[in-house]
Structures are given as C-alpha cells and as structure tokens.
Design a protein around this ligand. Sequence first.
Ligand code: SAH
Ligand code: SF4
Ligand code: F3S
Length: 471
Amino acid sequence: MTKDNSLKETKRQIEFMHKAGKIVEQRSKALSRPLYAMTVTFGCQMNFRDSEKIDGALREMGFLKASSEEQADVLIYNTCTVRENADKRLFGRLGVCKAYKNKNKNMIIGVCGCMMQEKQVVDRIKKEYPHVDLIFGTHNIFAFSELLYKKMSEGGFVADILESTDKIVEDLPTERKYSFKTGINIMFGCDNFCTYCIVPYVRGRERSRKPADIVDEIKRAADDGVKEIMLLGQNVNSYGKGLDTDVTFAKLLKEAASVDGIRRIRFMTSHPKDLSDELIEVMAENENIARHIHLPLQSGSDRILEAMNRHYTREGYISLTEKLKKAVPDIAITTDIIVGFPGEDVQDVSDTIDVIEQVGFDGAFTFEYSPRTGTAAAKMEQLDKGFVQENFDRVLKTVHKVAWERSRRFEGRVMEVLIEGEDEKDPERYTGRISQNNVVHFPKSGYHVGDLVQVRLDECRGFYYNGTVVP
Ligand code: SAH
Ligand code: SF4
Ligand code: F3S
C-alpha cells in the first residue's frame, strides 16, 4: 500500500470519528450524561496495541472511559484464539453482558480480534449471542470508526471480516494505556506456520512497516514522554522481508535505540531460527536495549521441534543462549514451552527438562498443547490428557525451580528501575521493573510514575524483589 493511500484511509477514518462524535454528542444531551466506552482485551501484546487504537478512536468520538463493563455504552471485546481456554473465556463474558444490555437497551456490544477470523466462531456468535451488535476481524481493525458509525447511524447488525489484507494504515489516533511505555508494531502477521499455531491463519501473511514510519512513531512517543517502548511482531527477527530496503531487525533496533528520550527498548517475539549475530552485537553495544530476551523454545526434543516446524535443534538453541549470555552479561532469558504436542513421549519431555536446566531460564510460560482448527497438528493423533497433565507437572516443577534460583542472582545489587505504578497491596510503595523485566516493590520516597530510579534489591521473594531507593 502506498503512503498516499494509507493517509487517505486514515483521513477517511478520522472523518467517521467526527461523524460518530456528533451522534455521541446528541445522545449524551438527550440522556443528560456522558457516554462511556470500554475495551476488554485478551491475548498478546499485539492485541493490546490494537486495543489502544480502538480506544484512540473512541476517545476522538467523545466517549469517556467506563469504569466497568456494565457502565459501558460501547463495549468491545478484542479476542485471542491461540489456545482453547481463550475461546471459553470470551463466551463466558458474552453470556454475562447480555444482562447489562437488558438494562441499557442502547448498549453496543462489539467483538473483534483473532477469534473473529474463524468462521465457526462468527457463526456461533450470530446464532447463540444475538445481543452482539458489531463484529470485525484483525485485518480491518483500522476501519473500526467506520463500522461503529454505521452501527450508530443505521442500527442493525454490522459484521465485516476480511480474509486477508496487504494494507498497513498509518497514523491513526491511539490512546496509550500507560503514559511512560508503549508497544510499537513493526510488522503484522506471520509466515512461519509452526504446525500447532493458529496465528498465521488469523493474522495473515507477514508485512513489515517501513523503518521511517516506525522511527517517526517512536520519536512522537518520546516527545510525549514515553520512556520505554516494545517493538512488536510475531517474529521480529525476520523484520524487513519484502521491503525495498536492506533493513534488518538489528539495524532497526539500533536506530530505535538512538532516539532521544527512549530509555529502554524491549522487543517481542524472537524466533530462534532467525536470531542473528548482528542482533546480539547491537544488544551488547546499546545499554538502553533491555537486558532481556523472550526466546520461545517450545520443546527441547529435536524430533518434536521438527514436527512443530520450528527449524532449529536443541543444540542450536542452547548455543544461541550461550552466545547471548557471553555478549550481554546479566541478560535474562525467558521462554515459552508447549507440553503435549502430538507424539510427544516421556523421553521428549525429559529432553525439554534438560534444556530448561542447561539454559537456566529466568522465567517460562508453560502451555498444555491445544489443538487449533485448521492447523497441521490438529489432524495428528492427539495424546491422552492424563499423560499430558503428568508431563506438564514435571516441566512446571523444573521451570519453577530454575527460575527461582535464577531470579535471586540480583539480590543486594543496585539496579535501575522504571516506576510503573503504585504497589497494588500498599499505597505507600511503588512497583517497577528492572531492565531484565523482574518486578521490584519499594517505598515511594518522592518519585513519580515513569521515573527511572536506582534501587537496591534488598530481598528476593521468589518472582519479585523488595528494595529501597538509593538517592
Ligand atoms: N510468535 C510467537 C508466539 C505467539 S503465540 C513465537 O513464535 O514465539 C505465544 C505462545 O503460545 C507460543 O510461543 C506457544 O508457546 C503458545 N502456543 C501457540 N499455539 C499453541 C497451541 N496450539 N497450544 C498450546 N500453546 C500454544
Ligand atoms: Fe505461531 Fe510460529 Fe508464527 Fe509464532 S512463529 S506466531 S508460534 S506460527
Ligand atoms: Fe492471541 Fe491473536 Fe495474539 S491469537 S496470541 S491475540 S495474535
């Protein structure tokens, strides 16, 4: 899509925001109260970023933030379908919000995101949840304003789902959830087709944004006072494919690191098969790139890795982590692990456990394999649930043991902490994170949310620290 077309689309959408805004104004006058909106987000950082765009549009239309789902005049669920329990959670919520709509007849309920790219889900919502007013998918999230305006001006049921897109619409307004940190999309979609994964089917083919557009967005964020950014993509390491410049992720990261005011840069997610030496070098050379990498392992068995279509071996993975540790001292490495992939036996699980121990992960999300419609692995013979549960428990025990040992390593050190907010359990204390992503709680002592402060990590309490500010 050309820059001109992208700008035209942005302008069109902003016009819809203004038109919808007029209706909001009229309704608000008639009701003698403001109108409220809320977005509920499931899933990954990509979805959270998409929701910030929806929230930006709602703000432009004049909606205030609802403090509960029940209070909302417009309620949007942004869905995830990466595992089965994500689906269950949405249907539970949709059941509950029927009662809200009975009380507020003009309430508009919308559902969007990854689940909407699955035909059987949309059919089920239409049939079983007729109180849903608006459905759209991942490829036309940019058209949210147009669709909501249509619903508000014409009524009826509005559904618009595209099979695919090559569009990247730039410069839409967004509403940042946090003033001091934000996600920045660098690419959309995924071409990797790991055999268990639905993401390539619901997010479409991989498309990279132009480096100049990304850097502009980072500069604007820095001007607004943002200190920490997270560059987002399903596989950031393959960034740049299909662009007409020879940019790589490492080059982009280096440029991002040089933007004035950006104190910390994170990125998600790195696929081990595409992690380059150039990237490791850039991390080592730039102090403001977080000393943390999330590097999904999925399995420590070569046989299973191959069946998963991951394109690396256990040895390859281990040597990557060794290179990272050598070049970037103090780096924290976290991972994702799937237990129960079709064909996985006790030995495969032991291989995974062995890699967890060898690498010494700082943290790991462990998932039970969940068959997803349309994926290659869903057609394979599935394992017995009890057997998977036993293996899952073995893996989880190892993960806890290893991560617990690892996280103690910073005890007693003074480290830089970005203050993220008040400690939920104690209003006299703040909660923040160190570059490695570990959480630290400490007494407030006159600082503000978004400040970077030096904190002594006095005591490790498993997965977080208690500390004191060092003036
Ligand atoms: N693009 C990222 C992962 C996105 S999905 C990457 O490649 O690293 C986040 C995690 O969900 C994956 O790393 C994987 O561990 C898990 N996952 C994906 N599909 C799954 C499935 N069908 N069952 C269980 N876990 C799954
Ligand atoms: Fe899914 Fe694999 Fe793409 Fe990650 S890289 S989103 S796991 S297909
Ligand atoms: Fe879920 Fe979609 Fe992200 S399926 S994990 S929200 S890309």
